[in-house]
Design a protein around this ligand. Sequence first.
Ligand code: IMP
Length: 425
Amino acid sequence: MKSIVVVGSQWGDEGKGKVTNYYSSKADIVVRYQGGNNAGHTVKFNGMEFHLQTIPSGIFNEKTLNILGNGMVINPISLYSEMKTLLDAGFSLKNMVISSRANVDLNYHLTLDGLKEAHLKDKQIGTTKKGIGPCYTDKISRDGIRFCDFIDEDFPKIYAERLKEKNEEIARYGGEVIDLEESLKEYGKLAKFFKPYVKETVSILAKAKEENKKILFEGAQGTMLDIDFGTYPYVSSSNSSAGGAITGSGIGIDYIEACVGIVKAYTTRVGEGPFVTELHNELADTIREKAHEYGVVTHRPRRIGYLDLNQLRFSRNVNGFKYFALMLLDILSGLDEIKVCTKYELDGEVIDYIPASLKETYRCKPIYVTLPGWKEDITNVRSFKDLPENAKNYVQFIEKEIGATACLISVGPDHDATIIKEDIF
Ligand code: IMP
């Protein structure tokens, strides 16, 4: 296939990093199309460990062009420090460009994110406080500052105008106002640094299409955090589902061939909001410790639950994925039996969708099927046929219930702890 979109099908943290690393080694171009440094994953390369939040995962391959798409909101301070680490480690970063249309996530966005959350008291979203929501708000209300403006000589003037309004808002929330001169000094230096990286990227992608290049679209967060389809308002502020790949890159609808949904073998969530299959028991604690389920960006413990096929079916519909990558299957080894939610019960009725209404979602009860577990350690298995029968059944049950094929199964954190069930890219 010449192009695929890799998308989280739950609440993020499904293991997209490992899958995008795997596929990015085969890609000519990797594009991140939404979100910002609210995402995060750790990549091991040549014995070194790197923590990426904004830069696409194809960066380690000098031949792969990495595009930070127009749909992203990019914090220049945080991106600079990420780039500096890579430059210091010997990577040239000549294979990275920033879309001139991407929005700049600025210091007042971060301040307002924190203040707005504090103001919500017990109704907090549990954001990463990286300024993502306020930055997208400015984009939609046409008050955003884009990278083409950030590197322009008029930036100080535009920034000063915006900061005046934002400082008034910050003061209304009782926050500490931001100093103009100090900010301009820092941003001025960064603008110079970023200038060579900022490019018009629609034309780059158009040329790549003409040349039949292989393109990987790397989604961040997950479908249930999508601004349109997630558990609103407990969501992020972008289209993290596959549709975002089109609007967040400018690729056009004629080039994307498939979407791969990333599915964790159980469910996790960070932040507040409904979670129908959530567990509050020893099993949840065991899984959290075994899989180290703590947020990469905020270090918060993740909430844990059984696999929710009702959610995955919804996610398949929204993204149109025919394939999925099943992650962290090894974490479930050792259990006598495993429950899987197939549908919800809402006020006595069986439903096969996710309600839009938050109140209704909170009233949904999971309908479970119990599947037999497996005791064997599967971390060294490299072929589907060698998995224990009950692990195979678990995979096949998911395939049948959601109507999609597992193309990749991850059985451990290492790159090679992977079963390729179908080679699609
Ligand atoms: P925001 O994206 O910082 O505005 O946060 C909104 C919600 O999305 C919060 O519940 C966050 O915990 C969640 N969130 C944002 N980014 C990620 C991610 O990369 N993984 C998992 N959850 C995320």
